[in-house]
Design a protein. Structure first.
Length: 625
C-alpha cells in the first residue's frame, strides 16, 4: 500500500534555533518525515514498513457510507490536497521480516521474558485511574482551549480525512495558532471514530505543523493500554520529532506486536540500553545487523543511542559523509544523542524539522535562535519565548558574534534610555533579514520593544512599529498610535482592522483611501484590506456589494468548502472552523491566499466567537504581502 504523507522540501537555508514550547496555548500571543517533495507518501526512514499512521480499516459498505468529499477552498487546487494512504508493512527487499523477528526474539529470550500485558496494565494503572477516550486533549477550556464540542456534529471520518490531507505548514501564523489550539483542546471524540485514533490524527497533524511538543503531550493523554496501531505509529513519529526515543519505551512491546515493523526492533534495543541493560541491548543490535533490519547511518545512530544508556559500552562516532538526506529517524536519534547534524542536511528536510529543532533543549540557545525565528513566523514560537531565547544567548560564553549581536541589539531596543538609540537598534533588526519570512520574524521578535516606544507624530517607522506590535497580538498598545497614523497608510489600515469597536462602520471612501502600491503577483493589499473589513462585519451590505464589484472580489462565490464553513458556523464548531480555515491556507506564502478565501475565513472565525484571532489574521494579510 502507499505510505501516508510526503512532506515538502525544506526551502530555507537558515541555521538552527529556539526555545521549549509553552503548552498552555495562550491566545494573546497566542512523519513520518521525509525530504522528498510533496506530502503524499514518504520514503522509508529505515527499512520499508516504518511509516505513518495507517487509515482506519475499511468497514463493510453497509456500516460505513462514503465520507464527505474533501472541500476545495478558493485559490487552492485539488492538487494541493494530496491523498493519503496507509504505509506499506513490507519488510526490507530480500529480507523476511517474520524470520528476522524470530531470530532476534531468540537472541533476547535469555535476558527478557514476555509478561502478559493485561496483567502488567492492572499493576501499572488501576482501573479507577484509567482515562476515557471519549474526551481527549491537553488544554481545557479554562486554560484557553476550545470547548468539548469544538468539532460540533461533524463526522469523525470526515474530520480525520481533512486532517490527514492538510498540507502543513499553512500560510498564516494566526490560523496555525488557532488550529494548534483546536487540536490540543480537550474535545469529545466525534462519531464513527475511536478516541485513540482521533488523537493520533490530531497529533500527526501537529507534528507536520512543527508542533512536536504539543503532539507529544496529546499522545501522552491516552493511556498505554488504549493505543491502537495508528496511535502507535504516530507515537513513533512524535517521539522522534522530539528527539525522545525514551518516550517509546513503555509501548515498545505493543509496537512490535501490533506492527511488526523493523523500526520497533531497533527501538527495543535502544530502550534496553536506556534502561541500563546492555546484555539485552547488545544481542538485539547484533541480530538487527545480521538480519539487515537497518544499515549505515541508521544502524549507527541506533547503536549510539544504545551506548548512551549503557555507560559507553558501545561508543559510536557518527560521520555524516555520504548521507544525502535527513529523515525523521536520523533527526530523532541525532538529537537524542546530541550528534550534531550538518547544516546542509537540514537543507534537504522539510521546514518542520527546523521547528522541531527550535524546541529541543538538547541544543544551545545560540544554535537554535535562527530556527526559532522561523518557528515564530509560523506560530510555533511566541514573541516572549523568542525574546527569552535571545536572552539566553547573552548568557552563553561561546556565543557567536552574529547571534550575540542580534541579542545585544534587542537589549538596546528594549532598555536603552535613549529613544534614538532604541529606534536605531530596531531598524537594524528589521533591515537585516533578506527574505519576507525573516523580516516578519523580526517584527515578532521586536513586538514588546516596539510597544515601549512612546507615540509621537512624524515617526518615520510608524508602519513597522504597528506591524511589530500586532504581529504578537499587542493591539491595545498599538491603538495608542491611532492619531499619529496617517489616513490611508499601512499603519492606519492595520489599526482599523485591529480595532475592537465592531460597531464602527466604514464608508466606501474610507476603503478607497487605502491605496498601497501594487507589486508582485497575486492579490493586492487593497483587496485584502477590503476582504478583512467585510469579514469582520465592518461594512454595511450595500457598501460591501459595491466594493466587491469594483475591486473584483467575488465574496458571494460558493463551493463545497464555503458550504462546509457555513455548516460549522451554524453549529458554533470552533475547532471545525479552524480546521477548514487551515484548509483554505494551504499555500507556501500569503501571495497564494485569495481575498475571497480570506473573507470567508475571517467571517467564519468572527461568527463563532473567535473575533480577536480573526482581526489578527486580517492584519497579518497586510503585514506579509
Amino acid at each position: 500500500m502507499k505510505r501516508l504523507f510526503r512532506l515538502r522540501r525544506f526551502r530555507n537555508s537558515t541555521g538552527a534555533g529556539a526555545l521549549a514550547l509553552l503548552l498552555c496555548l495562550a491566545l494573546a500571543g497566542v512523519s513520518r518525515f521525509d525530504v522528498a517533495a510533496g506530502q503524499e507518501a514518504p520514503e522509508s526512514i529505515l527499512p520499508q514498513g516504518f511509516g505513518e499512521p495507517p487509515q482506519p480499516p475499511a468497514p463493510s459498505p453497509t456500516r460505513r457510507p462514503a465520507a464527505p468529499s474533501p472541500v476545495t477552498p478558493p485559490g487552492v487546487t485539488p492538487g494541493a490536497l494530496p491523498s493519503a494512504a496507509a504505509p506499506s508493512a513490507n519488510p526490507l527487499p530480500g529480507d523476511d521480516a517474520a524470520a528476522a523477528d524470530e531470530s532476534i526474539a531468540s537472541d533476547e529470550a535469555a535476558a527478557v521474558k514476555p509478561v502478559d500485558p493485561a496483567v502488567l496494565a492492572e499493576y501499572e494503572l488501576p482501573s479507577f485511574a484509567r482515562r476515557s477516550t471519549a474526551l481527549v486533549g491537553v488544554v481545557g477550556q479554562d486554560q484557553g482551549g476550545f470547548g468539548a464540542n469544538a468539532f460540533g456534529q461533524a463526522d469523525g471520518l470526515y474530520l480525520e480525512a481533512l486532517m490527514r490531507r492538510l498540507n502543513a505548514p499553512v500560510a498564516s501564523r494566526w490560523v496555525s495558532i488557532g488550529l494548534r489550539q483546536a487540536l490540543a483542546s480537550v474535545v469529545a471524540t466525534p462519531g464513527r471514530v475511536g478516541g485513540a485514533d482521533f488523537a493520533a490524527e490530531r497529533a500527526w497533524l501537529l507534528v507536520r505543523m512543527g508542533e512536536s511538543v504539543v503532539a507529544r503531550a496529546l499522545i501522552a493523554a491516552v493511556d498505554n493500554d488504549q493505543y491502537t496501531p495508528k496511535l502507535l505509529q504516530v507515537a513513533m513519529q512524535t517521539g522522534l520529532a522530539n528527539g525522545d526515543p525514551a518516550a517509546l519505551c513503555p509501548i515498545v512491546d505493543q509496537g512490535r506486536a501490533a506492527l511488526s515493523e523493523p523500526a520497533w526492533v531497533l527501538t527495543k534495543a535502544i530502550c534496553a540500553g536506556l534502561s541500563g541493560e546492555p546484555r539485552a541491548a547488545g544481542p538485539l543490535i547484533d541480530a538487527a545487523r545480521r538480519q539487515r533490519v537497518a544499515r549505515g547511518i541508521d544502524l549507527l545512530l541506533a547503536e549510539k543511542a544504545v551506548g548512551a544508556g549503557s555507560k559507553g559500552r558501545r561508543a559510536v562516532t557518527i560521520e555524516w559523509d555520504g548521507v544525502d538526506r535527513l529523515t525523521i529517524w536520523r533527526y530523532g536519534l541525532a538529537t537524542a544523542t546530541a550528534a550534531e547534524i550538518p547544516p546542509d542536511l537540514f537543507a534537504t528536510a522539510a521546514p518542520q524539522a527546523r521547528y522541531w529543532f527550535a524546541q529541543s533543549p538538547v541544543w544551545s540557545a545560540q544554535a537554535r535562535v535562527a530556527a526559532a525565528e522561523r518557528a515564530a513566523a509560523q506560530g510555533v514560537f511566541s514573541s516572549a519565548a523568542l525574546v527569552g531565547l535571545y536572552a539566553e544567548v547573552l548568557q552563553e560564553d561561546d556565543a557567536a558574534a552574529a547571534e550575540a549581536g542580534i541579542a545585544q541589539d534587542l537589549r538596546t531596543a528594549s532598555a536603552d534610555p535613549s529613544l534614538p538609540a532604541r529606534m536605531s537598534a530596531l531598524r537594524q533588526l528589521w533591515d537585516e533579514p533578506r527574505d519576507a519570512r525573516g523580516r516578519y520574524a523580526r517584527l515578532i521578535l521586536t513586538a514588546r520593544a516596539a510597544a515601549m516606544v512612546p507615540p509621537a507624530p512624524k515617526n518615520e517607522d510608524v508602519d513597522r512599529l504597528i506591524a511589530a506590535m500586532l504581529s504578537a497580538g499587542l493591539d491595545q498598545p498599538a491603538q495608542r498610535w491611532r492619531s499619529f497614523a496617517a489616513r490611508g497608510s499601512d499603519a492606519w489600515a492595520m489599526l482599523t482592522l485591529a480595532d475592537r469597536n465592531d460597531a464602527v462602520r466604514l464608508s466606501r471612501g474610507d476603503v478607497a483611501a487605502y491605496a498601497p502600491p501594487v507589486s508582485g503577483t497575486g492579490p493586492g493589499k487593497a483587496q485584502m484590506f477590503f476582504a478583512g473589513l467585510a469579514g469582520l462585519g465592518r461594512l454595511d451590505i450595500g457598501t460591501m456589494e459595491q466594493l466587491a464589484q469594483a475591486m473584483g472580489v467575488r465574496i458571494g462565490a460558493e463551493n463545497s468548502w464555503t458550504r462546509a464553513l457555513d455548516r460549522a458556523v451554524a453549529q458554533r464548531a470552533q475547532g471545525t472552523v479552524m480546521l477548514l480555515a487551515a484548509t483554505g491556507m494551504q499555500t507556501g506564502d500569503w501571495h497564494g491566499v485569495s481575498p475571497e478565501a480570506l473573507f470567508r475565513i475571517i467571517s467564519a472565525m468572527r461568527r463563532v466567537g473567535l473575533t480577536g484571532q480573526a482581526r489578527m489574521v486580517a492584519v497579518e494579510a497586510l503585514t506579509r504581502l
